[in-house]
Design a binder for this molecule. Structure first.
Ligand code: FNR
Length: 359
């Protein structure tokens, strides 16, 4: 179906899955072990309900904000994900163009299917076309050979990436034995993976990565802010700009708590921390109302991974633009119905959560 007939992110996924190879459907949809974290990511938003304010002038609403210090049209960004090429020949380049044209930030994965130089070239081309800078940030995976990682970081910073996202939850590959159970497909777990007794992806980053690696990264970042895809208190302690709460879309440690539940828990324990440091979350966000729930507990913005992989697979750049437009419409509609004219007006007392955090 043409992009304009797709009305939700789930419909975009359905459209993509209708023609993608079982291997790609498997890879994009995969989660580790029993998929508890994957399922929880979406259901964590269903435990909470919104409490609207009425009789407020909501004719004009502003969904704009800053993401990783960059002006953004919406409180959402593209969470870095690998292997977009499996879904579409232009892969990540579709996302670069779609993000630039809709004014949202693209997180480029260290494991992207296109070389960073090619993605940066596409960024320069689309910036020329739209006549302004786009928001591109680079996700770092530490390799065993530090010099390789350092070269990538230097290239990203020199090429105009405006923040670094440091992913630290992938010291070992995830176990995906049950991928086939979940998707009804037995087959490759990931491109290029040899399967032995257990199916596991290779480790994405060097298992020796630790806090001693940070000073060097800061030096290479040359003032570009670093966000830790990990622990918020540690991010603050180590003087980072902020953190992203994430369970890697349920693809790393299964049964890891969802980002939204972590955010709620941090907010309940230490509401000041959420104000002191920028926190973002990702995992299972598929609706504008999910976005607003996250913002109510102090998230500055939210990342989406799979939806943009499916969107570019289904319709290339146009699919990415369509996905953003769907979310934009949902966010603006929800803001109006909640009685909000700007995102800073949403407060935790506008969300009621009916269950314990982890259930
Ligand atoms: C990812 N994710 C990811 N994260 C990261 O930091 N570097 C990476 O290379 C990848 N690669 C990747 C591939 C695929 C196929 C998926 C689905 C995910 C995780 C991603 O950034 C994000 O945390 C989750 O995808 C968020 O969950 P949703 O939005 O997919 O539910």
């Amino acid at each position: 179906p043409p992009p304009e007939t797709l009305l939700s992110l789930d419909e975009i996924q359905e459209a993509a899955e209708s023609f993608l190879s079982p291997r790609t459907v498997n890879y994009y949809g995969a989660a580790s072990l029993d998929g508890y974290s994957l399922g929880d990511n979406r259901s964590s938003f269903r435990k909470c309900r919104l409490l609207p304010r009425v009789m407020r002038d909501v004719l004009s609403v502003r969904p704009q904000t800053k993401i990783f210090g960059i002006e953004s049209a919406l409180p959402i960004y593209v969470s870095p994900s690998s292997n977009a090429l499996l879904g579409h020949p232009d892969g990540e380049l579709n996302i670069t163009r779609g993000a630039a044209k809709t004014g949202i930030v693209q997180g480029v994965s260290a494991a992207a299917s296109f070389a960073l130089s090619e993605i940066l070239r596409e960024k320069d081309a689309v910036e020329e076309e739209i006549g302004e800078r786009m928001g591109m940030v680079y996700q770092v995976y530490y390799q065993e050979e530090r010099s390789k990682t350092e070269d990538q970081v230097r290239e990203a910073v020199a090429g105009g990436c405006r923040a670094l996202l440091l992913t630290v939850d992938s010291a070992v590959g995830d176990l995906r034995q049950t991928t086939s159970k979940m998707n009804g497909v037995k087959g490759d777990v990931e491109p290029g993976i040899k399967r032995g007794e257990f199916t596991a992806t290779p480790p994405y980053h060097d298992a020796r990565l630790n806090w001693d690696d940070l000073p060097r990264l800061k030096e290479l970042a040359a003032g570009v802010p670093i966000y830790l895809k990990g622990d918020v208190r540690m991010a603050k302690e180590h003087g980072l700009a902020g953190c992203i709460l994430s369970n890697h879309g349920g693809r790393q440690l299964d049964q890891a708590r969802t980002a939204f539940d972590s955010l709620r828990s941090i907010h309940a324990e230490d509401p000041q921390l959420v104000k002191d440091i920028e926190i973002y979350i990702d995992g299972g966000i598929r609706r504008g109302t999910d976005v607003l729930q996250a913002l109510a507990f102090g998230a500055r913005g939210v990342g989406l991974g799979r939806p943009f992989l499916y969107a570019q697979a289904a319709h290339g750049e146009k699919g990415v633009v369509r996905a953003v437009r769907i979310l934009e419409n949902e966010i603006i509609t929800a803001m109006r119905l909640l009685g909000l004219t700007s995102l800073d007006q949403i407060t935790p007392d506008m969300v009621e959560c009916v269950q314990e955090i982890w259930k």
